[in-house]
Design a protein around this ligand. Sequence first.
Ligand code: ATP
Ligand code: MG
Length: 403
Amino acid sequence: MSTPAANTYEALNEQTAIQLAVQLNLFPADAQLSCREIGDGNLNLVFHITEPSTGRGSIIKQALPYVRVIGEGWPLTLDRARMESEALKIFARYAPDYVPEVYYTDEQYAITVMEDLSHLTIVRTGFAEGAVYPLLSQHIGEYLAQTLYGTSDFALGADARRELALQFHNPELCKITENFVFTYPLIDDESNDVEPGLQQVAQQLWQDQTLLLEGAKLKRHFMTSAEALLHGDLHTGSIFASDEETKVIDPEFAFYGPIGYDIGLFISNTLLSALARQDNSRELLLHHVLTVWDVFSTRYRELWQANNQEHFADVPGLVDDQLQHILEDTVGFAGSEMMRRVIGLAHAKDIEAITDDAKRVHIKSSAALLARDFIVNRGQYRSAQQIVYALQQADQGVDITHG
Ligand SMILES: Nc1ncnc2c1ncn2[C@@H]1O[C@H](COP(=O)(O)OP(=O)(O)OP(=O)(O)O)[C@@H](O)[C@H]1O
Ligand SMILES: [Mg+2]
């Protein structure tokens, strides 16, 4: 490739990625480097550069001007690389233990060079293989409270928050979420992926006017509530973990949105993995749902009290009202996410891996009905225990479709 300073975009390959690593002095001058493109996602290139003699590595992620898995027929803004690297740097201010370090960015080339996390496993993959990650929810609860409170009006003051929000105008990626999470799964859209055994449930949901109304309200809320800088895509495929460490990657969908969206995505994907489990470890995954809310809400209160720019911050009841509002949003958005994972385009890996058709369809039906309950009855939820209880009821076939 030409140098990053040259003014035209060019997609990297394994050779030019090594050249860039050399130019950036990521390794000692005499290092023998090798490189592999390891991107397994839908959107971008990810190059893993290593020095085999020492085991040291770096990651170069580059956005393509289109969606990687589709090709040039679906153009997508390169600006998503700027969103990702800026968001990673901001999140590092608030939660440095839980995000990869960014070494270098180049907007023209849509490149982010970052810490190599190859010693960790993507949680979605680990969950599908039976891992539990005992500290995951403790860490994610902490990450969520620090980043979401830290970028809110309460911590920053309204002027600074508005200023920051301007940097995260992310219309193309928000539109993907608006369509694929909030719209298509609720209608009979051709992009949906409904297996034959689930058709009847899907038809029933698509005719459900209460569900449509509440789903539409959640979509409005997602589109208009600039509460905090969200990760915007915090499913378990965006989290690396081991038994000791947790790192959140890939915030290219970052924008100012409702706090409950990030929490809801984490909870929803964890619940889906729990539903896919047939053994006692299901309880351990459900426990993550309790812990993430517990840690988030406790830390949010502490941060609220320690630093708050809001004149009315000490008015009794305000923080409780905020947390109740965030819980309702969390439940509702968990429902929207769950709907897309069983009816929409992008499904849950661990559920799809179940080869017994009856069992898989039962789990998907339970998830679809649970998702409906979350969307429609989100206002009735007062605790994370109720979320776990609702999943257990749905899995036992208790009718939760009314209300
Ligand atoms: N910092 C890192 N260290 C090691 N591996 C990484 C790192 N970042 C990404 N990867 C690897 O590359 C894969 C794709 O990364 P990422 O999810 O960021 O790409 P993406 O194209 O944005 O994917 P998506 O379609 O989910 O948006 C990850 O699943 C992981 O295996
Ligand atoms: Mg991505």
